[in-house]
Ligand binder design. Structure first.
Ligand code: PLP
Length: 381
């Protein structure tokens, strides 16, 4: 018989699996499910990016590229980061097949058996899995008591971190809450990171999707450049989930270590996809703005619809998710909402905060309205 590794045995299968299996079963039976559980924009990839990908194929960009990325893309990434107030050279960037791989390489480079990794709940599901695969021990700070904002919870964070903390993960705008952390919150993170010599991952994959306030990049704060790993990608801003393209930017010693895992595992992100990524970063502002405006209108509509039914949602200022307060047994609520109202959502407990359901509004206004109506009719709102 096969003998499996402890590092994978300790990782749980995805808690969202039960819901998505149930949704697939219903759909196979011909049921029309309003799917508000998805983590990807419902728009096609902008045409200019698709054309750039095709042109790159026609031009023969089909061989192995340099492991850490083609120079033109690394330059476009460095310029994007420069516009965010971050000073990275092209030698401080690794282009990866998706931000997920960039995160995985970072955890593997920094976390040893027994190292403390601090997460802010609700936290995107893969951080925990990646920390565990690297052997890390998790400490968690709950933001549900502060409407998912970090600033009022800085004291809790201060009480959690110590000189023993190796890594802290910040994700703003947040999946799943949609919260955008204030500058004061990020300055609080900076002070703690400097005091305790902590490396911070700043996952900024939703930075293009903010509504009322701009997202400040953590690494741009004084004292953070040499202790921040900035993660970003093309999936959300440019609706490129299936292209698999992302990156990390970090001080060169980390790039050197992570680059070994990168070159000995995935080798590189796909060559022609990287050429499309250059087009995305250089020439796609209008399409990004249009998608963001559509998300904003949907957010406003949903917030109003829920308010009409006496539900106050902690205000989401970015990304395309919100956390709807539901019963304490959020798993049962989500299963019931799917079975009875045919609306798919993700239980908050999957992200470490029971009592909520995560809704994605990467769906048309009409579908969102239908979803809310069905929840009301079935007695879930
Ligand atoms: N980080 C967060 C917070 C996410 O929500 C996602 C995708 O759902 C990712 C990273 C990974 O995105 P990708 O690997 O598609 O770039």
């Amino acid at each position: 018989t096969m003998d499996f590794t402890a590092r994978l045995e300790r990782v749980e299968p995805s808690a969202t699996l039960a819901i998505s299996n149930l949704a697939s079963e219903l759909e196979a039976d011909g049921v029309d499910v309003v799917d508000l559980s998805v983590g990807e924009p419902d728009f096609p990839t902008p045409e200019n990016i698709v054309e750039a990908g095709k042109d790159a194929l026609d031009a023969g960009h089909t061989g192995y590229p340099p492991s850490n990325g083609i120079p033109k893309l690394k330059e476009a990434i460095a310029d994007k980061l420069d516009a965010d107030g971050l000073d990275y050279s092209t030698d401080e960037v690794i282009v990866t097949p998706g931000a997920k791989q960039a995160l995985y390489e970072t955890f593997q480079a920094l976390v040893e058996d027994g190292d403390e990794v601090v997460l802010l709940d609700p936290a995107w599901v893969s951080y925990e899995a990646m920390a565990k695969m690297a052997g890390g021990d998790l400490s968690r700070v709950d933001l549900s008591g502060s409407s998912f904002q970090l600033e009022p919870a800085l004291e809790d964070l201060a009480a959690t971190v110590s000189d023993e903390t190796e890594l802290l993960v910040i994700n703003s705008p947040s999946n799943p809450s949609g919260a955008v952390f204030s500058d004061a919150a990020l300055e609080g993170v900076r002070d703690l990171a400097v005091d305790h010599d902590i490396t911070v991952i700043s996952d900024e994959i939703y930075d293009a999707i903010t509504y009322d306030t701009e997202q400040t990049s953590l690494g741009s704060l004084e004292g953070m450049a040499d202790r921040t790993v900035t993660i970003n990608g093309f999936s959300k801003a440019y609706s490129m989930t299936g292209w698999r393209l992302g990156y990390l930017a970090a001080p060169e010693p980390l790039v050197e270590q992570a680059g070994k895992l990168h070159s000995h595992s995935v080798s590189s992100a796909a060559n022609f996809v990287q050429h499309a990524g250059v087009e995305a970063l250089r020439n796609t502002d209008d399409a990004v703005d249009e998608m963001r405006d559509a998300f904003e209108a949907r957010r406003d509509m949903l917030i109003d619809l829920f308010a009409d039914h006496g539900k106050e949602v902690p205000f989401p200022d970015g990304a395309f998710y919100m956390m709807l307060p539901v019963d304490d047994d959020d798993q049962a609520w989500c299963e019931g909402a799917l079975e009875d109202a045919h609306v798919a959502t993700v239980p908050g407990s999957a992200f470490g905060t029971p009592g909520y359901a995560r809704l994605s509004y990467a769906a048309s206004e009409e579908r969102l309205k239908t979803g809310v109506e069905r929840l009301v009719d079935a007695g879930y709102l």
